[in-house]
Design a protein around this ligand. Sequence first.
Ligand SMILES: CCCCCCCC/C=C\CCCCCCCC(=O)SCCNC(=O)CCNC(=O)[C@H](O)C(C)(C)COP(=O)(O)OP(=O)(O)OC[C@H]1O[C@@H](n2cnc3c(N)ncnc32)[C@H](O)[C@@H]1OP(=O)(O)O
Length: 142
Amino acid sequence: MAMQFTFGEGLEVTGMLDVANRYQGGPGFIHGGILTTAFDEAQGMACMVLRRPVVTGHLQIDFAAPIPLGSVLELRARIDGTVRRKVYTSAEARIVEGPFADPDVVVATSRGLFLTVGAEHFDRAKDFVDGVPVSPHGTSSV
Ligand SMILES: CCCCCCCC/C=C\CCCCCCCC(=O)SCCNC(=O)CCNC(=O)[C@H](O)C(C)(C)COP(=O)(O)OP(=O)(O)OC[C@H]1O[C@@H](n2cnc3c(N)ncnc32)[C@H](O)[C@@H]1OP(=O)(O)O
């Protein structure tokens, strides 16, 4: 997904998403699956501090407010803790530009469980790789 990421202090990662027209779900608003993808990317990116590949095991989104096309979304994500291969993460989204912008209002939240995996996890699909992902960290082609 075409997001810009910056690494803040500590374990927090900030991702910015321009809510383009192609991300429409209901008329005028972002599709919930797109927002879910953005959280998956941001929380997966927060896991990169571990310097091991991870995959998403469980992701739970609360859609608290509608997000109109043309918004700029800010997603802040972090690792909350690790247990063995399990990596517990959370994130919030705020509209920071556009007609509904209010940096004090959280419009969606996410909790995600990621699992560290070995290189063999991806090796199994190497014959099916299709193209170069858009994302600089190489996880998504959306
Ligand atoms: C050549 C190297 C290439 C490197 C490339 C690096 C890329 C960049 C890296 C990093 C940036 C990442 C950015 C990511 C952004 C996008 C990520 C995605 O969209 S990933 C696609 C969607 N997800 C899947 O396709 C997973 C499909 N599922 C699986 O493969 C397995 O189910 C997996 C790996 C998640 C777990 O399977 P198991 O066999 O490895 O692990 P078990 O032994 O079953 O579980 C381990 C522990 O986790 C818990 N667990 C597993 N799944 C759970 C679940 N769904 N809910 C709750 N707990 C779960 C279990 O209860 C267990 O817990 P206990 O340690 O015993 O306490």
